[in-house]
Design a protein around this ligand. Structure first.
Ligand SMILES: Cc1ncc(COP(=O)(O)O)c(C=O)c1O
Length: 381
């Protein structure tokens, strides 16, 4: 089948009547130079910045002759500290949490060692390896969650750092708060524990919880958060770390990139826009349930994802699945070895998710997906 573009994918999915409503979005895409495929591959938030952040971005055009690392940054740090109920000395802001992951790799793990679950979000480990670190990758358990006991056992004294991602990317799975808290406190007696909570805002209450409270007690734990997900500001590059004042001072001293004015102003405004944050969160939770239900109905195994994405076993090589989805106008995530026949599919706008469901049904009708296979055999693969 020839590739089709984004509007055609939506029309295919929903019938021609939908096309009129989709036109505005398509025109905006043309102006912005966006790809013709529906981008469900990078766990972005297609709602984009909320109303208050948009106003702040416009205001930032006036302010952008100034460096942002003075009073503007201090205001953002103060707002984050209030939001997280910590002191400003416990907050470091980075150009995305990606910068903070690089700082931790450079300042803590270079020529040292890191323990992490696998597969997980690999940015810190990839950079640490380039800096000469050894990485111990501990397989996820049969439910594709972090294996707390195995991680503990794989972390000898002298380990430079442990990286835990909760919810985990790419599986979206979580450890319950009490189990994760125990693991963090045990490990923090031996090493620095980094907990990446990029997707925490999408967790339904009770499934897990942030570990920020542990940093107030003085444990050697760093929590990372980002404005790229629930706040819809991925392109503006703002994230933050919460930790002990001494750890945070060291992170700040290793700053790689100074913060940018639109990002700092938009993040400060977005933090105060809880109506938008709730909308963003509800949109993800509603469609995560909708898409997961359809995947299961079509015979595909799904991990218990609490992120703004689903992780599904397609029963075919992830690269082939990605190609078939591209033919249907949708870009899904890359391959995550060793789970070679699973695919991470980000949630888009409701209409994007409707198009996704239609594409999955098309593949099912063609007999391409839906063979029932067990999760544990995937983990062993
Ligand atoms: C778990 C996790 N951490 C960190 C990041 C980096 O986010 P950013 O640098 O945009 O804050 C991502 C990006 O997708 C992620 O999935």
């Amino acid at each position: 089948m020839n590739r089709i573009d984004r509007r055609q994918a939506l029309a295919l999915a929903l019938g021609a009547g939908f096309l009129q409503n989709a036109t505005t979005g398509a025109a905006a895409d043309a102006l912005s130079g966006a790809s013709s495929l529906i981008p469900l591959n990078y766990n972005e938030n297609p709602l984009g910045p909320g109303p208050k952040a948009r106003e702040a971005i416009i205001a930032a055009t006036r302010e952008s002759w100034r460096y942002a690392d003075g009073e503007h940054l201090q205001r953002l740090i103060a707002a984050i500290a209030t939001h997280e109920r910590v002191t400003p000395e416990q907050v470091a802001v980075g150009s995305g949490s990606g910068e903070l992951l690089h700082i931790l790799a450079l300042g803590w793990a270079a020529r040292g060692s890191v323990t992490c679950a696998w597969p997980t979000y690999g940015q810190l480990m990839g950079f640490a390896e380039k800096m000469g670190a050894t990485v111990r990758r501990v397989p996820l358990d049969a439910e594709l969650r972090h294996d707390a006991n195995a991680i503990d056992a794989a972390t000898p004294t002298g380990t430079s750092l442990v990286y835990l991602c909760n919810p985990n990317n790419p599986t979206g799975t979580v450890l319950p708060a009490s189990e994760l808290g125990d693991l963090c406190l045990t490990l923090a007696q031996r090493t620095t524990v980094v907990i990446d909570e990029a997707y925490m805002d999408f967790v339904e209450s009770g499934a897990t919880a942030s570990m920020v409270h542990l940093t107030r007690g003085g444990a050697d734990i760093v929590v990372l958060r980002t404005f790229s997900k629930v706040h819809g500001l991925a392109g503006l590059r703002v994230g933050y770390a919460i930790g002990r004042p001494d750890t945070i001072a060291r992170i700040r001293s290793l700053e790689l990139v100074s913060p940018n004015m639109p990002g700092v102003l938009a993040a400060t405004a977005s933090l105060a826009d809880q109506i938008f944050v709730e909308r963003s969160r509800n949109s993800v939770i509603t469609d995560r349930r909708r898409v997961t239900a359809v995947c299961r109905e079509l015979g595909m195994r799904c991990s218990d994802s609490y992120g703004n994405f689903v992780f599904v076993r397609t029963g075919m090589p992830a690269t082939d699945f990605r190609d078939r989805m591209r033919e249907l106008g949708i870009e899904v995530g890359r391959l995550f070895a060793p789970l070679t026949d699973w695919s991470r599919i980000s949630l888009g706008r409701p209409e994007d998710n409707t198009a996704l469901i239609a594409a999955l049904r098309t593949l099912k009708r063609g007999g391409v997906i839906g063979r029932v296979v067990s999760i544990s055999s995937a983990v062993r693969a």
